[in-house]
Design a protein around this ligand. Structure first.
Ligand code: CA
Length: 215
């Protein structure tokens, strides 16, 4: 039986010296790190559509998905934007009201570095809910929120007017001290439809998954 592999191995003098020589650069690195920390760029989070937690309907209900009414959700495309599409109409009908009563919510939790600034870029587009005009549709709004605070908002009659085509949405967020995660939310606001027949509809909005840059 060969016992040599079972004998305890202690470093001889040469090995110890070599080890001490190797340790010197490590000491230098530790001393230098506080100076480097001030200029370190935080690792930028990369979000995939699959990281978002599906979606929920709050407030009043929505017309069932499918058919001409379409289907909400991620991994969809609309008018040149791939991402989340909010197309389902409000189940409520109120000819004179533009007050949103139905909400579609999708969100994602993002790890962040306290004190860092994150810049978000999102593609957005609006579409008339009824063919090529707004004669019988009601607008749709959307808010992009971080931890419940609005960072950007749009609607299908101004900055997401369908004729504008895909728009680039940008905003920056400074992470407060002590905050290590943020919740990014797309919150779609949908008023009652203007009429209860096949002509009555809500407009549609698509937003892409964001890309994030850091500084
Ligand atoms: Ca719609």
């Amino acid at each position: 039986m060969d016992r040599s592999s079972d004998e305890p191995r202690s470093p001889d003098r040469r090995q110890v010296i070599v080890g001490a020589a190797w340790a010197l650069p490590l000491i230098a690195t530790v001393i230098a790190s506080p100076l480097q920390a001030a200029s370190v760029i935080p690792v930028c989070p990369v979000i995939a559509e699959g990281d978002w937690g599906g979606w929920v309907n709050q407030g009043q209900g929505l017309v069932d998905s499918g058919g001409a009414n379409g289907t909400n959700g991620w991994f969809r495309s609309m008018s040149g934007v791939s991402g989340f599409v909010s197309t389902q109409d409000s189940i409520a009908v109120a000819p004179a009201s533009n007050t949103p009563l139905a909400y579609v919510i999708t969100d994602v939790v993002i790890p962040v570095t306290p004190g860092a600034t994150y810049t978000f870029a999102v593609q957005g587009v609006g579409r008339w809910g009824n063919g090529v005009n707004n004669a019988n549709t009601r607008f749709q709004q959307v808010q992009i929120n971080i931890d419940g605070v609005v960072q950007w908002q749009g609607d299908t009659r101004t900055n997401l007017l369908p004729s504008l085509g895909p728009q680039t949405i940008g905003f920056s967020y400074l992470v407060p001290a002590g905050t290590t995660t943020i919740t990014l939310t797309y919150r779609f606001l949908i008023p009652p439809r203007p009429r209860g027949d096949a002509l009555g509809a809500n407009d549609d909005i698509a937003l892409s998954n964001p890309t994030i840059s850091c500084e």
